[in-house]
Design a protein around this ligand. Structure first.
Ligand code: 13P
Ligand code: SF4
Length: 359
């Protein structure tokens, strides 16, 4: 029997919102896997059958089914980052992509509610671009080591140290930081954004390794902050050389948040969306995707002929987003992303300036 949003609300009665966060989330009572749900979700399972074993599907399917029903009832859209697990990425997301694609899609949606399946800075970006919509994140504690590495006060101090030098912020920053900078960028447009400023020197924050990568692609002098992604900084050039020694035909593609010695081993460097496009275009026999581990699963589901070698570094923040929490979020309409309007107005300018750049 299919349950309505109201019935689910009853099933899941427990501390909500801020209270739930402070007291720690209680486990979701498991939902039953019925024949009806098996039938209704069969086409969705077909999308992930090569990577989710049949024995696991009964755990995911009731949540997938309930989320997709409730999404329609709430007039909600689910924006999911490429690092979401396959049952989220392929079975409940309406829009998937890298940070830039999700930000652009956030400007286009007619839905009243946005559920951001990603980390907090991504939900803030969606809220900045949709101040009148309800933006929910299924776990408010889904942070990012880069966003945590710098504050608005740090940016003001940088401006004093380098008067007149424009400041570019990677979107992996808080709204507070975005409010203090000239323009935002993502890993797919960082070089273009830096060069768009027409300045000889640019402050680039907070990712030191992305800044170093940009420096290899431009004559503009880059002044970098020393933030790091806790996932990508763990990869090493030595481990990639070992893969290549074991199989010289292997292809290596890497995200620009990786350290320089890792990027030196890569056949291709690009944002998560560009890495996915590369695999679909090139169809390598074997590939190492040097980035968060779930992404290889998502691409593997669509490219069964490609073998993925998986040095499995997971982002603990991205992995906070699960099907039960997405359902909980839609049932209880929590947790809502709220940004101080004075900060939001200035932060929005930096994001919009990036989005309005001609590609
Ligand atoms: P992308 O914009 O390439 O998806 O990167 C976001 C991110 O957080 C990578 O760690
Ligand atoms: Fe942040 Fe790294 Fe996680 Fe991306 S993978 S959200 S940069 S901690």
């Amino acid at each position: 029997m299919t349950r309505t949003a109201a019935e689910l609300r009853g099933t899941l009665a427990r501390p909500r919102g801020e209270a739930a966060r402070r007291h720690g989330r209680l486990p979701m009572p498991p939902l039953a896997y019925t024949d009806e749900i098996a039938r209704a979700t069969a086409p969705l399972y077909a999308r992930v059958a090569t990577i989710i074993p049949p024995v696991e599907w009964p755990f995911h399917a009731p949540y997938v089914h309930a989320i997709n029903q409730l999404k329609a009832e709430r007039n909600a859209v689910i924006l999911a980052h490429n690092y979401m697990t396959p049952e989220i990425f392929h079975c409940v997301a309406d829009v998937v992509g890298d940070s830039l694609q999700l930000a652009i899609e956030a400007t286009k949606t007619d839905a009243e509610v946005i559920v951001q399946c990603g980390v907090h800075f991504m939900a803030e970006t969606s809220k900045l671009l949709n101040p009148d919509k309800t933006v929910l994140i299924p776990d408010m504690d889904a942070g990012c080591s880069l966003a945590a590495s710098i504050t608005g006060a740090d940016v003001r101090a940088l401006r004093e140290a380098y008067p007149g030098v424009p400041v570019v912020a990677y979107v992996n920053t808080s709204a507070d930081v975005k409010a203090e900078v000239d323009i935002c960028c993502t890993s797919s447009n960082a070089v273009q954004v830096v060069e768009s400023l027409g300045a000889p020197r640019v402050i680039f924050l907070p990712d030191e390794y992305l800044a170093k990568y940009v420096q290899t692609q431009t004559d503009v002098e880059i002044i970098a902050w020393k933030g790091h992604c806790e996932v990508h900084e763990r990869f090493t050039g030595a481990e990639l050389r070992a893969y290549r020694e074991a199989d010289p035909s292997i292809r290596i593609i890497a995200h620009p948040e990786c350290p320089p010695d890792v990027l030196a081993e890569a056949d291709f460097t690009g944002s998560t969306a560009r890495m996915i496009d590369w695999v679909k275009r090139e169809h390598p026999a074997r590939v190492v995707m040097v980035t968060e581990c779930s992404m290889a699963d998502n691409v593997a589901a669509e490219t069964p002929d490609v073998k993925f070698v998986r040095p499995c570094n997971l982002c603990p923040h991205m992995k906070r987003i699960t099907l039960p929490k997405i359902l909980d979020s839609l049932v209880s309409m929590t947790e809502e992303v709220v940004i101080d309007p004075a900060i939001a107005a200035r932060a929005r300018r930096s994001v919009e300036r990036m989005i309005n750049l001609k590609s």
